[in-house]
Design a protein. Structure first.
Length: 458
């Protein structure tokens, strides 16, 4: 696929790394010479220096031959204008734009071919907010992903000694939870992927990816570790786009929320717009303020400012002062592993969250959603099976007969609103939604090819 990416920042460069390894022809446009030079040296990509919304720059980047344009610069206006030019001058088939401002997102009616021709809008702030909200709603998990309109849930959990299943074979889970449909999709042990069988023994500190019906996830997690009590007291550092959205979402639940904002003007705006949240003007790294606000009683502290260092320091301080769990928004990917190896429970990477949403629209076949796992090393996808036994490599075949690449697992199937944990003889039917776990991203193209139907399919 011929793809033009506008913006060589964190998202653009991370996306280029993901796509360049999958036999795509990638061109990146940016005004920063050094960023483009670094990408050229590390990746098999083309680069174009210049302003992303200028027609001549887009033409030099071969936008007239592009299958897709992905606009992820730091400017909403540049992203939207670039999509307009790509549509009007070059008839680029698919146009994706990152748009942050809530004022634009409130008016979805603007984004039509007649007005602003953006096919897919990506809002990083909303994606991050949803990700954090799911973690808060599912205590003890490292990652939470919903599929099939919330019917199926995949969670990542670190196994601890006190978990009833730890030290035992996976197949024992059937004895412990006979009524629960569950599949252990993968295990990462000391950083290496293990494709589990029923005889695989779960060990302490294993990172385990489990797929089950959403209503059964809490019971499954309790088999792998002691389940944290539901969070009630939430403290948020930073009242920017993410902090405000999260506070607004949490107000609808039974949470007691406090938000600390340094700017007096922003704090005033928050106090006026939020109904139940207590808004505090101050510095989240102020020890006396945290103690005064009873940080030791906080169930989870969320550091969500635009400053990585401020987030990391305030989260570490909150943990030292007694907060049960802490999370930090970390934009610089090199910090993520460093942060999680310390006292911070969750390092939230906007890049990895945003890239999953972008990849959903890049992958071949009828892929409903794509999610990046383990800092981008693995992926889980929801894909729809189409065709019949004559023109499909999947439909009409048993699971055991599917020629899945190494490290690929069918975690579950959703068929007519029913969640199925497939066994070897389960036959794939047309319109089944398959949840696939891939521990090695190199095999993504092989999976895409599997689910593409032959020419005879109508």
């Amino acid at each position: 696929m011929n793809i033009v990416i506008l913006g060589a920042g964190q998202v653009g460069s991370s996306l280029a790394r993901s796509l360049a390894s999958e036999d795509n022809d990638i061109t990146i446009i940016d005004t920063d010479k050094s960023s483009l030079r670094e990408l050229r040296e590390k990746l098999d990509v083309h680069t174009q220096l210049g302003y992303a919304s200028h027609p001549d720059i887009l033409e030099m980047a071969n936008a007239n031959d592009a299958d897709m344009l992905i606009a992820v610069t730091n400017s909403d206006e540049v992203n939207m204008m670039a999509c307009q030019i790509a549509y009007s001058l070059f008839r680029t088939p698919t146009r994706i734009a990152r748009v942050r401002a809530a004022g634009y997102l409130k008016h979805q009616e603007l984004f039509t071919p007649e007005l602003i021709p953006v096919d897919v809008l990506i809002s990083p702030e909303q994606l991050i907010t949803d990700h954090i909200y799911r973690l808060i709603s599912n205590p003890g998990t490292l990652q939470v992903i919903d599929f099939a309109d919330g019917k199926v849930r995949l969670v990542s959990v670190k196994a601890f000694h006190e978990g009833p299943l730890v030290g035992h074979e996976i197949q024992k889970i059937i004895e412990h939870l006979p009524e629960v449909k569950v599949r252990v999709a993968a295990i990462f042990r000391k950083g290496k992927a293990i494709i589990p069988s029923g005889h695989t023994v779960i060990k302490p500190n294993d990172e385990i990816f489990v797929i089950a019906s959403a209503q059964h996830i809490r019971a499954v997690v309790s088999e792998l570790r002691s389940v944290d009590k539901p969070y009630k007291r939430i403290m948020i550092a930073g009242g920017g786009n993410v902090g405000r959205r999260l506070a607004d979402a949490l107000e609808e639940g039974r949470y007691k929320v406090k938000i600390i904002e340094k700017s007096p003007e922003v704090a005033t705006q928050l106090a006026e717009s939020l109904d139940k949240t207590i808004v505090l003007e101050g510095d989240a790294a102020d020890e006396s303020l945290l103690l005064e606000e009873n940080i030791e009683d906080v169930d989870i502290f969320c550091a969500l400012t635009n400053d990585d260092e401020a987030n990391i320091l305030s989260a570490m301080l909150a943990k030292r002062l007694g907060a049960s769990k802490v999370m930090s928004l970390v934009n610089r990917t090199v910090y993520v592993d460093l942060v999680e190896s310390g006292n911070i429970d969750h390092a939230i990477s906007p890049q990895h969250i945003t890239i999953g949403a972008l990849l959903t629209h890049v992958r071949g076949g009828d892929i409903v959603s794509v999610h990046s796992l383990r800092k981008g090393a693995a992926e889980v996808i929801e894909v729809v099976a189409h065709g019949d036994k004559e023109n499909s490599r999947v439909v009409g075949r048993k699971r055991v007969d599917l020629k899945l690449p190494p490290g690929a697992t069918v975690g579950s199937i959703v068929r007519d609103n029913e969640v199925i944990i497939p066994h070897q003889d389960t036959v794939i039917e047309e319109n089944d939604h398959l949840i696939l776990f891939l521990s090695d991203k190199r095999y993504i193209p092989a999976v895409e090819k599997m689910f593409q139907v032959g020419l005879g399919y109508i």
